[in-house]
Design a protein around this ligand. Structure first.
Ligand code: LRH
Length: 496
C-alpha cells in the first residue's frame, strides 16, 4: 500500500497522520499530535508559527520512523491567516491570529464605506466575518503598513509551511477562497478586491488546485526529518474545512455536514454558488471546495466556547475533566437555557462562563449556575444553532437534506450528536473524527494514482482544469472509501 502524510493544523491542536492507501483500502494512524498555543504579545495575538513548523518536522520524522517513506505530504490548516515574505523569502513578522482585536468595527466600516456589503457579496460570495483576510489586510495597511510595503508574497498558513518545506510559493485555491480576495464564480484573484484590502495584487502568488505537486522536500528538511529529499509536497484542500468536507462519508445528494471542531461549519455541498440577497443576509458563504465544488455554509461558533470555558475554570484553579462534565450535563433535563453562539461577544478569548451566563440572562433565562449547567447550555445552544443553519441552508440552496453528517473532534461527543439529532428531527451520522486528515490524504492518494482508475459511472474527479492531478477518481468514490473504512455512528432523533 502507498503511504501518505497528512499534516492537519487546527486552531487548538495539530497532527500528522500516516495514511496507507490502495484501491478500495485505507488505513490511517496518528504519527504525532501537538498543542497549538497562540502567543499574546504586546502588539496582539499571534500564532507561534516557528513552533508549529518544528512540530510538523517532528511529526514527519515520527511518521518516517514508524511507517517508512511517504509518497507525498499534504498540509492543511485553519483559514484566513497569512504571513508576509520579502523578496529574499524572509518572514516579515509573526502571523496574526484571526481572533486578534485589530479587525474591529472601525476597519470593517471603512471597508464597507468603500464597498457596501451587498457589492462585496456579489464580488466574493463570502459571509461577513470580521476576521476575513480582506479586513485583516485593511487593518494592517491602515495601522502598520511597513511589512506590506516590503512584502513580495502573501502566503496563507498552509502555503507558508509548504514554502518552508519546499522553497516553492503558491496559493492553494480552497484556502485562497476564504480571503475575500478571490472573485466569484471565476475563482481568480481580483485586483479590485486586493486594492480594497490595501495591498498590491502582485503579492498574491499563483493559484493551484488540490492535487497539484507544489514542490519537493528541500535537502535541509530531508536531513531534519529523515525523509527523502524531493519527496513531493502536494496541494490538498489546504483549508481544513475543505479537506473535512471532502472527508465526509456521505452517500447520494441529500445530506448536510457539520464540521465540528473549534468552529462548526454547517452547510451543504453545491455545484454553483448562491449569491442571493437572502443568502447574504443569512450569513452564508460560498467557499471553494475540492474538485471545484462549492462549500455553501455558515460559521457557527463551535466548541471554542466550551474550550474557553474549560480554560477559564482552569485559571480559577478547577481542573474539571470534560468527560465528567459531559456526563453530568447529559443527566440534566432538556429545556434549559439557550443562547446564540454566534453572538460577537463569544469570538474573542476570555471569561466564557461569565459571558454565557450574561447572554442567558439577557435572553430571559435563569443563568446556568454550575459548570455542568454551563456545558449543557453551550451544547443545547450549539445543537439549536446547527438545526437553524441546516434548515436555512436547505431553504436558501434548494438542496434537500435527509441526513446530517457530523465530522471532526465534536463527533466524539455523544451528547452533542444526540442533541443535534433531536433539534433537527433528522438522523445524525457521526464521524470520522479525523475527516480533515483523511480528506487531505485521499486527495494526495488520488493525485499520485494510488486509488487506481475511475470506475464506470464515476462522476469524474479533480484536476480537469487548473493542473491538479485528479487521477479521474471522483470525490464520491473517495467518500465511499472513507465510509467503508470508518463507518459513522448513527444517532436517531428521540423526538421530531
Ligand atoms: C476552521 C476554520 C473555518 C474558518 C476559521 C478561521 O478551522 O478554518 O473554516 O472560518 O477556521
Amino acid at each position: 500500500m502507498s503511504l501518505f502524510a497528512a499534516v492537519d493544523l487546527g486552531a487548538s491542536s495539530g497532527r500528522v497522520l500516516a495514511a496507507r492507501v490502495e484501491p478500495g483500502r485505507l488505513a490511517a494512524a496518528e504519527a504525532h499530535r501537538f498543542p497549538n498555543t497562540p502567543l499574546r504579545l504586546p502588539d496582539g495575538l499571534h500564532w507561534d508559527i516557528g513552533r508549529l513548523y518544528s512540530e510538523v518536522l517532528a511529526g514527519l520524522r515520527a511518521l518516517g520512523e514508524a511507517h517508512g517513506q511517504p509518497r507525498s505530504i499534504g498540509v492543511d490548516s485553519w483559514a484566513v491567516d497569512y504571513g508576509l515574505l520579502d523578496g529574499a523569502g524572509r518572514l516579515l513578522g509573526l502571523p496574526y491570529h484571526y481572533r486578534d482585536a485589530r479587525t474591529g468595527p472601525a476597519v470593517v466600516n471603512a471597508v464597507h464605506a468603500a464597498c457596501p456589503p451587498t457589492a462585496l457579496y456579489a464580488a466574493n460570495g463570502l459571509q461577513h466575518l470580521p476576521f476575513t483576510t480582506l479586513y485583516q489586510l485593511a487593518a494592517e495597511s491602515a495601522g502598520s503598513p511597513g511589512a506590506l510595503g516590503a512584502a513580495a508574497s502573501l502566503l496563507l498558513i498552509p502555503d507558508l509551511l509548504t514554502y518552508w518545506l519546499t522553497g516553492q510559493r503558491a496559493a492553494e485555491v480552497t484556502n485562497a477562497s476564504t480571503t475575500g480576495l478571490l472573485g466569484t464564480p471565476d475563482r481568480a484573484w481580483s485586483a479590485p478586491l486586493a486594492r480594497l484590502a490595501g495591498i498590491r495584487p502582485e503579492i498574491l502568488p499563483p493559484l493551484v488546485t488540490p492535487g497539484t505537486v507544489v514542490g519537493g522536500l528541500r535537502p535541509e528538511v530531508a536531513e531534519e526529518t529523515g525523509l527523502a529529499a524531493g519527496t513531493p509536497v502536494t496541494a490538498v484542500g489546504s483549508h481544513d474545512t475543505a479537506s473535512a468536507v471532502a472527508g465526509v462519508p456521505a452517500d447520494g445528494e441529500s445530506w448536510a455536514y457539520i464540521s465540528c471542531g473549534t468552529w462548526s461549519l454547517v452547510g451543504v455541498e453545491l455545484d454553483a454558488p448562491v449569491l442571493t440577497e437572502d443568502s447574504r443576509a443569512a450569513g452564508f458563504t460560498n467557499e471553494a471546495g475540492v474538485d471545484s465544488r462549492v462549500r455553501y455554509l455558515h460559521n457557527v461558533m463551535g466548541l471554542w466556547i466550551l474550550q474557553e470555558c474549560l480554560r477559564a475554570w482552569e485559571r480559577a484553579g478547577h481542573r474539571w475533566a470534560l468527560a465528567d462534565l459531559l456526563g453530568q450535563a447529559a443527566a440534566l433535563p432538556a429545556g434549559g437555557p439557550v443562547v446564540d453562539p454566534d453572538a460577537p461577544e463569544f469570538l474573542p478569548p476570555g471569561d466564557m462562563p461569565a459571558r454565557v451566563a450574561a447572554a442567558a440572562r439577557a435572553a430571559g433565562w435563569r443563568a446556568p449556575r454550575t459548570p455542568a449547567e454551563t456545558v449543557r447550555c453551550v451544547l443545547d445552544s450549539l445543537a439549536a444553532a446547527y438545526a437553524r443553519t441546516v434548515r436555512a441552508a436547505e431553504r436558501l440552496s434548494g438542496r434537500r437534506v435527509d441526513v446530517v453528517h457530523l465530522v471532526g473532534g465534536g463527533s466524539r461527543d455523544t451528547l452533542l450528536c444526540q442533541l443535534t439529532a433531536d433539534a433537527l428531527g433528522l438522523p445524525v451520522l457521526a464521524g470520522p473524527a479525523e475527516a480533515t486528515a483523511l480528506g487531505n490524504a485521499l486527495v494526495q492518494a488520488r493525485a499520485h494514482g494510488a486509488l487506481g482508475a475511475p470506475r464506470p459511472g464515476d462522476r469524474g474527479g479533480a484536476g480537469g482544469g487548473g493542473g491538479g492531478g485528479g487521477g479521474g477518481v471522483s470525490l464520491e468514490a473517495l467518500r465511499a472509501l472513507i465510509r467503508a473504512t470508518a463507518p459513522p455512528t448513527r444517532y436517531e432523533p428521540t423526538r421530531s
